[in-house]
Design a protein around this ligand. Structure first.
Ligand SMILES: C[S@@+](CC[C@H](N)C(=O)[O-])C[C@H]1O[C@@H](n2cnc3c(N)ncnc32)[C@H](O)[C@@H]1O
Length: 238
């Protein structure tokens, strides 16, 4: 269904010091993707592991990273780096990973969406793999630029088009950042389908359980997540 066009001979460029310095993958994973320990992640088009490797470290032993790439050469580059056991290799087209509905807390599409023929279907597939409330993070070439580095303008994905794919796939955009001079990163959250009233009731239940002292950070996180979900539900008129 989709055609990868990345030239595998250019694989070493992906890990070059210049690219890492400009792209800051660790900062991107922390700030734009908000990766947490214990999460299950899918890295679509994992390439040489520029994101999959630090991601595996961030999710830790209790977490898991599915590295999906259809190129045996790219998979070989990643395997040669002695990857940790929490990286699961899936050599397949992004549309045929075989992963079950709701598998992932977070899915990454780093510089791959412009390479597939049907980006809307790819975004829908990522949404299928996410649990309700899960995040999709996309890094892409800025469409307003038309100079190297990067593909010609006609192949780039404008922000508006991407947000259209999100909407059709049941995802709400939550952030957009012009990451370097050449690219942007945007994150979207899968709708949970809960109404404002239902989320408010969950917040009230959580607060009723709130201990007087030593509130565990997992409860802070739950509260933070519910408050954000409430904001989104209010915005979308839920
Ligand atoms: C430009 S590279 C980006 C690699 C990595 N995400 C990064 O940013 O360093 C794109 C990767 O996506 C893979 N790819 C492209 N189309 C694909 C498809 N339809 N299914 C699976 N992998 C694909 C390519 O093999 C390549 O490894």
């Amino acid at each position: 269904m989709s055609e990868g066009i990345f030239d595998v001979n250019k694989a070493p460029v992906l890990d070059s010091a210049g690219r890492i310095k400009a792209l800051k993958p660790l900062k991107l994973l922390r700030e734009a993707a908000a990766i947490r320990e214990g999460e299950t992640a899918v890295d679509f088009g994992s390439g040489t592991g520029t994101f999959a490797l630090p991601l595996a470290e961030m999710v830790g032993e209790k977490g898991r990273v599915y590295a999906v790439d259809r190129s045996p050469e790219m998979m070989a580059h990643l395997r040669a780096k002695d990857p940790p056991a929490n990286i699961v290799f899936i050599q397949s087209d992004v549309e045929k990973s075989g992963l079950a509905d709701g598998t992932a807390d977070v899915a990454l599409m780093m510089y791959i969406l412009h390479e597939v023929k049907q980006p809307g279907e790819f975004v829908a597939e990522a949404s299928r793999l996410l649990r309700p409330g899960g995040r999709l993070v996309v890094l892409e070439w800025r469409a307003e630029a038309d100079k190297p580095p990067g593909p010609p303008k006609r192949e780039r994905i404008p922000r508006g088009a991407l947000e259209g794919y999100f909407e059709a796939a049941g995802l709400d955009p939550v952030s957009y950042t012009e990451w370097t001079r050449h690219d942007y990163v945007t994150a979207a959250v899968k709708r949970t389908g809960k109404s404002v009233g239902e989320i408010e009731a969950e917040i009230a239940d959580l607060k009723a359980l709130w201990p007087a002292h030593s509130v565990p950070p997992s409860m802070w996180q739950q509260l933070e997540d519910l408050e954000e979900e409430l904001e989104r539900a209010k915005k979308s008129g839920g």
